[in-house]
Design a protein around this ligand. Structure first.
Ligand code: ADP
Ligand code: ZN
Length: 756
């Protein structure tokens, strides 16, 4: 995989004595596919170790990188030396190192790219701890009081400062002191000179939530299924051995309580925990449940952390100050030591997969690999496990635990499917079936709440010309523009391009342009037209642009500031509002119709998850699914919340057409700004790759991607199926080396879509 060389190329390959006692094998951030040898200077020898960040010269410039390995000699002479160490800390632990090596091979990505993925960019950069000046008293309080009495007339400003200093317990930040005493730095310096005060540098903790207090909760008495699941997990924890537990529990069955008690067990044995949750679930609701159970410091990693906050959190994890790390996808790379337990909540979630850039890793799969390397327990939890995980559980590779009843005395909701074609025969064009309208009306009267789910934001999804049947497309992307009522503009959901809606068709110049397709914005407005008194909240990408807005909407809904919450899949996950008794699924037909091997699975999961928001308290719940495909089997099974039935049908389809988990699927995508050249690259690569692989590998033809153009970049792709990822990657690497590729290329191992 990696060619070994030295920064100074030398012809002599025999072992030559270098002036250095120790040699470091280094991966530089910029150098993509080679490791390099550097000498270690005497002053660095005592602490230099694998995993440290260094900077070293290459082509006359200094570049940062990592030490991979330390050895006694090098086959090269004239070695240059490592210039400096970013810190004396090991940034990549042994275990993360091994993980990186595996990822590099499995995800067909160079090590330097893997390191970039593992280490947050703020750590790799030169950011340091935030330091501020802190002022403390150098004399006793009495001595200071005496000084104040004597100098009140002569130096009133100094006395004002000292009086502020008498009020504080230990000390105060200089900036704060100056503001409070309305004075300047020179007055403080004068007091320092007189030996009354001292100014010191302190490290400021930028960790979020550091000052928040939570009411403590006690572990709940588990029901028998929960207890059984926990007991199996505890066995793995006690033995400190690798095992993957699939916790398949219906929505509201108390999976989180099992996680909490497993974490407690791990902490008692002095082991640390990583818990992954989908980004969207990193709300105060989830965080509160964890913070209110444990006294230990919990590190929360989400994408809205500032660089400084991320830097501080990361060091807390590295220094073992954080015992539990909760975060989205990339939290799986936390440098936590003594790892005992990894939890992946909602393991079926697609946000665990990185698809847009290499390495196209899946955090759930990394979790399993990391568990194996650390010999620790892994829990995958879901109400709708991925077909892959459930298959592994049935085949005995994973340990299966089922929670089949809701934990609190609530029942699963009653689900009905409504045929919208019939509704429109009766009512004419409408977004709402009579059943749903009646349902909402009853809830409004009783003061209960409703959630409406629709996976499209905006007002109208398309503007088109009825004469020539052309939709208004984005100038830069292969997709139609969505009309947004709020700003009265058409906008592209792929690139953000916006225009005023044209009054005449740009093609045939007819002035009869028509809108069609419904988004969340329209649902909200039309609901107000029907129920003028209704109070609504909308949660989608448009209403959650600002930091904290997501949290605020949920808080407002929880505290009764609205009757109806309308939203995209953001509202499908993890929300627990006991007084929601009605959930309306407005339309999932478009998603069902996408020609994609995972389309059915995705729709099944989303309906089950949204439906699971209903009836979580003592009040029973109801779900209404509106569709033009009332006979559709996936909808029928989702309505029955019959995961096992769905699994049995779908797994047979996967087996028949040879998809995961029965084979490995690899997507190779080509992205470039010249359509013809990008296609040529793809075809050329395809044909060459075919020659490299035996007939056991199936190469499908090159096709444009589901969005054939995004941000002025054309996208072509092809898929290949086969047994060994390593053989496939080996062949890809060979073709990459032989061909001159003139566009971007992306290799996605086991992609989540065969369309996009
Ligand atoms: P899940 O994570 O499976 O969706 P939760 O853990 O959110 O389910 O549990 C749903 C509700 O049931 C929560 O309010 C939780 O506190 C409660 N609960 C969980 N386990 C128990 C238990 N053993 N006894 C009583 N209540 C429980
Ligand atoms: Zn666009």
């Amino acid at each position: 995989m990696e060619k070994h060389t030295t920064a100074d190329r030398s012809n002599d390959k025999s072992l030559i004595k270098t002036p250095y006692k120790k040699i470091a094998v280094v991966v530089l951030d910029i150098y993509l596919d080679k490791t390099l040898d550097y000498g270690i200077k005497d002053e660095h020898i005592s602490f230099a170790a694998p995993g440290m960040r260094i900077s070293a010269p290459i082509r006359g410039k200094l570049q940062t990188g990592y030490i991979l390995e330390i050895k006694d000699s090098s086959p090269f002479d004239n070695l240059q030396a490592i210039n400096s160490f970013q810190s004396e800390q090991i940034y990549l632990t042994q275990e993360l190192f091994e993980l990186a090596l595996w990822m590099s091979r499995y995800y067909a990505s160079p090590l330097s790219l893997i390191f970039k993925t593992i280490l947050p960019s703020v750590i790799a950069s030169k950011t340091t701890f935030k330091q501020q000046l802190f002022v403390i008293r150098k004399k006793t309080k009495d001595e200071i009081i005496e000084y104040c009495l004597l100098n009140r007339e002569k130096s009133p400003i100094q006395v004002a400062i000292l009086e502020e200093m008498l009020k504080v317990k230990k000390g105060i930040l200089l900036t704060e002191l100056l503001e409070k005493a309305k004075s300047s730095r020179s007055s403080v310096d004068a007091l320092v000179k007189k030996g009354l005060l001292e100014v010191d540098i302190v490290r400021i903790d930028r960790s979020p939530l550091i000052n928040e207090e939570y009411f403590k909760t006690k572990p709940k008495v588990l029901n028998s299924q929960q207890a059984e699941a926990l007991q199996k997990i505890n066995v793995s924890l006690e033995k400190k051995e690798f095992a993957v537990h699939l916790l398949y529990g219906i929505t509201g069955s108390g999976k989180t309580e099992v996680y909490l008690q497993a974490i407690e067990k791990a902490l008692k044995s002095n082991l640390r925990v990583i818990m992954l949750v989908p980004e969207i679930a990193l709300t105060s609701q989830t965080i509160e449940r964890f913070k209110s159970r444990f006294d230990d410091y919990i590190s929360i990693l989400h994408h809205r952390l500032s660089d400084g906050e991320r830097f501080d959190e990361w060091h807390k994890i590295l220094n073992s100050d954080a015992k539990i790390v909760i975060g989205a996808r990339s939290a799986i790379f936390s440098p936590i030591k003594d790892l005992g337990l990894i939890i992946v909540d909602e393991e079926h979630e697609s946000s665990y997969k990185q698809s847009e850039s290499m390495p196209c890793y899946h955090a759930r799969d990394i979790a399993v690999m990391r568990g194996k390397l650390s010999q620790c327990a892994v829990i995958l939890g879901s109400a709708t496990p991925s077909l892959e995980s459930y298959h592994h559980a049935l085949s005995g590779k994973y340990i299966l635990s089922k929670l089949s009843a809701r934990a609190e005395k609530s029942q699963l909701p009653k689900v009905t499917i409504v045929d919208m074609a019939k509704e429109r025969e009766k009512q004419g064009y409408t977004n709402y079936s009579q059943a749903l309208l009646d349902g909402i009306k009853t809830r409004l009267e009783k003061g209960e709440k409703t959630i409406l789910f629709l996976n499209r934001r905006g007002y109208h999804t398309t503007l088109f010309c009825p004469t020539c049947q052309e939709g208004i497309n984005c100038k830069h992307c292969d997709t139609t523009l969505t009309f947004h009522f709020h700003d009265q503009k058409l906008s592209c959901h792929l690139c953000g391009y916006t225009i005023m809606p044209p009054k005449v068709c740009p093609k045939c110049h007819n002035d009869t342009m028509k809108y069609k397709g419904v988004g969340t914005e329209q649902i909200e407005r039309s609901l107000h037209a029907i129920f003028p008194e209704v109070r609504t909240l909308r949660m989608d990408a448009d209403t959650t642009k600002h930091k904290g807005s997501h949290q605020k909407i949920l808080k407002d809904f929880g505290t009764g500031k609205a009757d109806v919450l309308i939203g995209t899949q953001m509202i499908a996950k993890g929300l627990h509002f006991p007084d929601v008794t009605l959930v309306g699924v407005l339309n999932t037909d478009t998603q069902l119709n996408i020609p994609d091997f995972k389309a059915s699975e995705t729709v099944f999961q989303i309906i089950t998850q949204v439906a699971g928001r209903a009836g979580r308290g003592i009040l029973s719940g109801e779900v209404i699914i509106q569709t033009f495909l009332p006979e559709n089997n996936v909808l029928q099974l989702a309505a029955k919340q019959d995961f096992e039935g769905f699994f049995e049908e779908e797994i047979e389809i996967r087996r028949l057409f040879s998809y995961s988990p029965f084979t490995n699927l690899v997507k190779i995508a080509f992205v470039g700004d010249d359509e013809k050249k990008t296609l040529e690259n793809a075809i050329n690569f395809h044909d060459n790759l075919k020659k490299q692989l035996t007939e056991h590998y199936l190469l499908l033809p090159v096709l444009p991607a589901g969005h054939a153009k995004v941000k002025d970049q054309y996208r072509f792709q092809f898929f290949l199926k086969g047994k060994s990822i390593y053989e496939i990657n080996h062949a890809i690497a060979k073709v990459k080396k032989e061909l001159k590729i003139t566009c971007k290329i992306l290799v996605d191992i086991n992609p989540l879509s065969t369309y996009f």
